[in-house]
Each structure stands twice: as C-alpha cells, then as structure tokens.
Write a protein that binds this ligand. Sequence first.
Ligand SMILES: [Zn+2]
Ligand SMILES: [Zn+2]
Length: 101
Amino acid sequence: MGLIECKYHKRAGIIFVCVHVRQDIINRKKSEQIIKIVFPDNREIESKFRYDKVLHYCFDCVNKYNFPSQNTKLADKDFNQFYDNTLFPPACCKCFTELNS
Ligand SMILES: [Zn+2]
Ligand SMILES: [Zn+2]
C-alpha cells in the first residue's frame, strides 16, 4: 500500500477515489453517495500481507463510465479494466474516512 503526503495527516495510506470524490475531500465535505468495487487479494500469502484493492466513485461516474451502480466485488485480474490513474487519483485514506464515515 502506497503512502501519500497529506497536509492534515502528514504521511497517510492511499485510497483510490474518483476525481469527484477527491474534489469533495479537497473541499472537506462529505460525498453524497459513494459506491465501491472491491478487488480482493487472493494471493496465497499470510493474510496480514494481503491488500485488497478498492475503487470508490460517485454516481456521475456510474452514468459516465457505466460502472456498477452498487457496491461490487470483482476478481483482482479485472482491476486494470477499471483503474485509470487520471480517473482515480490517490487521496488520503484518513481524510476519506473522516469525511465519509
Ligand atoms: Zn465520480
Ligand atoms: Zn488526510
């Protein structure tokens, strides 16, 4: 799991969110609705080393990119089909949790 330099939390873990959810984080506001796709890490390694990939996005992205409209679980191999680093910029996982939980 990568780290990000956050002005509120210093070094924090990365979370992948759509540009719209990221904008909400920058504006310090809770996102209206967040949908997530989880790509479970099924590697045959000790569970503490496993790291599920998760993408979070909003309804705009559902309409725009035909993403699933509800929380979904997909195979790890499908991750690259969805992930695009311009569409899912990394954000601070602590900011995300603070604002959206
Ligand atoms: Zn979005
Ligand atoms: Zn933060």
